[in-house]
Structures are given as C-alpha cells and as structure tokens.
Design a binder for this molecule. Structure first.
Ligand code: MN3
Length: 210
C-alpha cells in the first residue's frame, strides 16, 4: 500500500504561477485518487512488489492497463512535485548546463523546443526532459500516464504535467502560458542537476517514498 506523499512546499507557495486551489485539487484530489485506485488493485495482489517503480514496470510487462495507468500516474505526480520549486533559481549549472548546450544549442533553444512540444502535444500527457545511458539529453512528450521509467536506458530529469487539470483553473485553455511559467519560473533545476548526476553515477535517482 502506498501513501500520498506530502508536497515538498506549501500548496500556496507556487503562487501566482500555480494557485493554491490548483495545487490542493491536483495533489489532494487527482494524485490522491490515483494512489487510492492503485492501492485497491494491489490489495488483490499479495505478490505485488513494494516499490512503486517495480509496480509500474510489472503492470507494463503484464499489459495490466488499469494498474499501469494508476501506478504510473501516482509515480509521475510524485516526480512532478519535485520538478517544481517556489525558490527563485539560477539557470542550470555545471554538467547539466553543458549537456543542455550540447543537445539543444543553448538554454533558450531548449526552452523553445520544450514549449513547442508541450503546446503541440494533443490531449493529456507529460513533457519530460530525460537523459539516456550516454548522458545525452532529449525532450519527449508521452501520452496519458506513460512514463520513461519503463525504459531502463532513460532517466527522467524534469517533468511538466500537460493534463488540463494541471493548469485549467489558472490558465483556462492557455497551455502555452502555463508552459512559460514552468520553464521560466517553476522548473527545479537543482533537482534536475541531482538527477543528472545520479544518472551518470548509476545510483541515487529519485524514488517514490515507501
Ligand atoms: Mn496531473
């Protein structure tokens, strides 16, 4: 059984970019419901692994869509809360900065590509910055509950939730404005740097709390 993890900051801390109401609904209702539904399925599965990452991979391998959708959404939201920060942050530093410049040309070019992929993603899903096994970066948009953790050669560094529930109360249909806020005000580059270092050293990437 998994518990809803606490937000790593106050629900109102991301205002004015994301309102307290959005965060309370997104975390306390949407995220909580995915965990509740997953737990109901796992209650019938005494053989299920006790790490959420392993549950997500098992559900994918088994083709168990209902379990996969709820388990992957539980994991993705846990990772999304870490990908946001209320702190005014400097841009990516060190090796992550170099890797972004190598992959995209510049931080601005990265933001342009991320915004374009996020804007053009049809319907629900997630916008990921991932590192491959060679430490090379890519931006990938995945549909619905899909998550890069089922691909053993990819490590997620940051994610932005593209489901309407992530931004509709604050931005209505204007997803590009939400993407701008994410890319220029909210993205947690210190977390992405730590993930990138962990990916390169082969251990210590973020895991869902048990
Ligand atoms: Mn969501």
């Amino acid at each position: 059984m998994f518990k809803l993890p606490d937000l790593p900051y106050d629900a109102g801390a991301l205002e004015p970019h994301i309102s307290r109401t959005t965060m309370e609904t997104h975390h306390g209702k949407h995220h909580a419901t995915y965990i509740k539904k997953m737990n109901a399925i796992l209650a019938e599965r005494p053989d299920a692994p006790n790490r959420l990452e392993a549950v997500v991979r098992l559900a994918k391998d088994e083709g168990n869509k209902k379990l996969f959708n709820n388990a992957a959404q539980a994991w993705n939201h846990g990772f999304f809360w870490q990908s946001l920060t209320p702190e005014a942050q400097s841009n990516p530093q060190g090796e992550l900065k170099s890797a972004i410049e190598k992959a995209f040309g510049s931080l601005d070019a990265f933001k342009d590509e991320a915004k374009s992929k996020g804007e053009n993603h049809f319907a629900s899903g997630w916008l990921w910055l991932v590192a491959d096994s060679k430490g090379e970066l890519q931006i990938t948009d995945l549909h619905d509950a899909d998550t890069p953790i089922t691909n053993s050669s990819l490590t997620p560094l940051l994610v932005c939730d593209l489901w309407e529930h992530a931004y509709y109360l604050d931005y209505k249909n204007e997803r590009p404005k939400f993407l701008d806020a994410f890319l220029s005000k909210l993205a947690n580059w210190r977390f992405a740097e730590a993930q990138f270092q962990a990916a390169r050293s082969g251990s210590g990437t973020w895991t869902f709390p048990v």
